[in-house]
Ligand binder design. Structure first.
Ligand SMILES: NC(=O)c1ccc[n+]([C@@H]2O[C@H](COP(=O)([O-])OP(=O)(O)OC[C@H]3O[C@@H](n4cnc5c(N)ncnc54)[C@H](O)[C@@H]3O)[C@@H](O)[C@H]2O)c1
Ligand SMILES: O=c1ccn([C@@H]2O[C@H](COP(=O)(O)OP(=O)(O)O[C@H]3O[C@H](CO)[C@@H](O)[C@H](O)[C@H]3O)[C@@H](O)[C@H]2O)c(=O)[nH]1
Length: 327
């Protein structure tokens, strides 16, 4: 297929781009590098340095794209509570412009990066796709809005749409000397920050809140390996059906508290990783754990690296090689 990948210079988009190219697809990456890295761009993909809202300049009716995978977004839930307008523009307004371009160019399929953050504090665990959607942060709300746009678009205009609701993505894609991993700047995610501490780049980790209604008072999250997540996108591309908007949760179905995650980082790195308790981060739901039964059933998705030790181990291997330059 000829595919447009938005956000292909970012963490997840660059892993998926690599897998798409290796599977024989032709890929154009649309990314304005606002948070991504030029070095993460696949050398055998075409790169167009444009913002998503200008996608129509690339997605012309003559260009012959078979599909779009839409990763480009602002992703920090905490920041979205402080600067919500940035999130509505970057995530929702831009996505509507992209969907307009997809319709105008008659691109048949679109796969969208949705999120566990659409659910808010869940009333049932593990969370199925049918659960109540009540986001506790603006980031989740901006993504839920795009999911709703895609449902109408699929129904009214025959788009084959798939939303993949990722839970917490971790790890790195390591293969034959290649390593693609997480490099957000500034970093806000728990595992890479804990690795910064293990590497001696930060003194300690702040744990945001220890009074949540969970086993040790810290938030619970469900982690998914970035390579397992990436494979789900290739499956979704072929499973997409015209006129349908399919939605799949992607996680492993096991919850880890933030303290348990830090324990795994200590085991993997051999570093004590000191922590201090800090106030809650606004907008954080207490617990997010996925039911991915539907993805397993309908996409035939089976995670190959479901353990947190594997994820942290791969993230640490990437970190040492590419952030500390110890390869
Ligand atoms: N990382 C996670 O744990 C996680 C979990 C759930 C969902 N997601 C979703 O997955 C997607 C990818 O996340 P990531 O961790 O790879 O993020 P990332 O920040 O590493 O990558 C995002 C990429 O999109 C580009 N970009 C952002 N806005 C753009 C715009 N308007 N125009 C052009 N380029 C733009 C950035 O330059 C960057 O390269 C996002 O949509 C995010 O919401 C991520
Ligand atoms: O220095 C830190 C960083 C994070 N946390 C906590 O660790 C947990 C996980 O936080 P983080 O790694 O930032 O991920 P989330 O906020 O859960 O969000 C991620 O996972 C969501 C899906 O669950 C996605 O939608 C988001 O894009 C992605 O950033 C939360 O309780 C945070 O408060 C800390 O205690 N200290």
């Amino acid at each position: 297929m000829k595919l447009l990948v938005t956000g292909g210079a970012g963490y997840i988009g660059s892993v998926v781009t690599r897998m798409l190219l290796d599977a024989g697809h032709r890929v154009t990456v649309l990314d304005d590098l606002r948070t991504g890295h030029r070095a993460a761009l696949a050398p055998d993909a075409t790169h167009v340095e444009l913002p998503v809202h200008e996608a129509a300049r690339v997605l012309t009716p003559d260009a012959g794209f078979d599909g779009v995978l839409h990763f480009a977004a602002l992703i920090a839930a905490g920041e979205s509570m402080v600067h919500p307008e940035r999130y509505w523009h970057a995530n929702t307004v831009s996505s509507i412009a992209l969907v307009d371009a997809v319709r105008a160019a008659r691109v048949p399929r679109l796969v969208f990066s949705s999120t566990a953050a659409v659910y808010g504090n869940p009333v049932e665990l593990p969370i199925p796709e049918t659960a109540v959607k009540a986001p506790t942060n603006t980031y989740g709300a901006t993504k839920l809005a795009v999911d709703l746009v895609l449902t109408s678009e699929a129904t009214a205009h025959d788009l084959a749409a798939v939303s993949l609701r990722y839970f917490n993505v971790a790890g790195a894609y390591l293969r034959d000397g290649l390593a693609i991993g997480e490099r957000h700047d500034p970093e806000t995610h728990l595992i890479p920050i804990a690795l910064d501490v293990a590497a001696g780049r930060r003194e300690k980790l702040q744990l945001f809140g220890d009074d949540y209604p969970t086993v040790d008072g810290t938030c619970v999250r469900d982690y998914i390996h970035v390579a397992d997540l990436a494979r789900a996108h290739l499956l979704a591309l072929t499973a997409a059906v015209p006129g349908r908007h399919r939605i799949y949760n992607l996680g492993n179905g096991s919850g880890f508290t933030n303290r348990q995650v830090v324990d795994v980082v200590r085991e993997v790195t051999g570093h004590p990783v000191p922590v201090e308790t800090a106030p809650r981060r606004e907008g954080d739901p207490a617990e997010l754990v996925a039911s991915s039964a539907l993805a397993r059933q309908e996409l035939g998705w089976v995670p190959e690296k479901p353990t947190l030790t594997d994820m942290v181990g791969d993230a640490w291997a990437f970190y040492r090689a590419h952030v500390l330059g110890q390869s």
